[in-house]
Design a binder for this molecule. Structure first.
Ligand SMILES: C[S@@+](CC[C@H](N)C(=O)[O-])C[C@H]1O[C@@H](n2cnc3c(N)ncnc32)[C@H](O)[C@@H]1O
Length: 293
């Protein structure tokens, strides 16, 4: 697998080995609700309609499920899964496939060769400065290329609000931790439509609110333990972490009650974008340098 930073021939990243996440990912915990996590990724892929992609990136590939699926759907294409997490890339590489795995941070990544599809499911909400990141991804695409992105809109949901409130009420964690959680990482649909319109010929943008039926004890806690809770728990000392977990679990169980059958309904909204660039023949006369729409 391509974890040998710096030798991957396509990458133009300046810091392919520079993992900025200060917490680690746990592929097993993330996979605990794997089927429910996969569904939005499949819904996103279902709207990607490229006739003949040659180069596909799955940015923030995680365990690599979608990269492997895209390699099957487009057998002629070279498929590369990138991620900052060595744990996730190692888990991805455990399943045999022809996908190439590369450690890279999308915050400062740009492909040397223009891809036909950049796919990124549940990743870009971890990254700051969406104006420049989305513009860079858009501009890196080949003519006719597609950008497919899904991001959770969970910041305003009770699960995430209670996380912040528990920290604040108990004065837990550092000011830096609390202020880092104080702004929504994902804008509204209009923001992304305005941002992407100059770069794309067509933009398909929608929101789906999944009503996820979870099973098991402390199901919502277990769900967020695979994602949003990881940086919070990593930033707390042992005493605060233990107090936080007890308080937060109790607050979650009030808002997300478990029924007599042991199931918990966990509503979860997500924003989807599939944007398509103009084909080269429609960009302008030969020699016109701008690839903007
Ligand atoms: C919620 S998981 C999603 C994984 C996969 N896309 C999926 O749908 O199952 C988020 C992934 O994004 C990766 N990630 C977070 N920040 C990243 C960044 N700046 N650049 C690349 N990958 C990043 C994490 O390591 C993790 O594997």
């Amino acid at each position: 697998m391509g974890l040998d930073c710096g030798v991957e021939p396509v990458e133009a990243t300046t810091s392919s080995c520079n993992t900025k996440n200060v917490f680690s990912w746990d592929p097993s915990q993330y996979q605990r609700y794997g089927g429910l996590r996969l569904r939005p990724a499949l819904d996103l892929l279902a709207q990607v309609d490229h006739p003949d992609p040659q180069l596909i990136y799955d940015v923030g590939t995680g365990r690599g499920d979608m990269a492997r699926l895209m390699a099957e759907r487009w057998p002629q294409a070279r498929v590369i899964g990138t991620d900052t997490s060595a744990e996730m890339l190692n888990a991805a590489a455990e399943t045999a496939s022809r996908v190439e795995w590369v450690e890279a941070d999308v915050a400062d990544w740009a492909p040397r060769q223009a891809p036909d599809i950049i796919f990124s499911n549940a990743v870009l909400h971890w990254v700051e400065d969406h104006e420049s990141v989305f513009a860079r991804l858009a501009e890196s695409l080949a003519p006719g290329g597609s950008l497919a992105v899904q991001m959770p809109l969970s910041w305003g949901e009770p699960s995430h609000r209670l996380m912040r409130e528990t920290l604040t009420a108990g004065s837990m964690g550092t000011e830096a931790l609390r202020s880092g959680l104080s702004h929504a990482p994902v804008g509204d649909a209009g923001f992304y439509h305005r941002l992407l319109s100059p770069h794309f010929e067509s933009i398909n943008i929608w929101i789906t609110r999944y009503l996820q039926v979870l099973t098991g004890d402390d199901a919502v806690f277990e769900w967020v333990s695979g994602t949003a809770l990881r940086p919070v728990l990593a930033a707390l000392d042992d005493e605060d972490r233990s107090l936080f977990i007890d308080t937060y679990k109790a607050a979650l169980s009030d808002v997300y009650p478990t029924d007599a059958n042991g199931t918990t309904l966990f509503p979860f909204p997500r924003l989807f974008i599939v944007a398509n660039r103009r084909l080269a023949s429609r960009i302008g006369p030969v020699g016109t340098p701008s690839r903007r729409a």
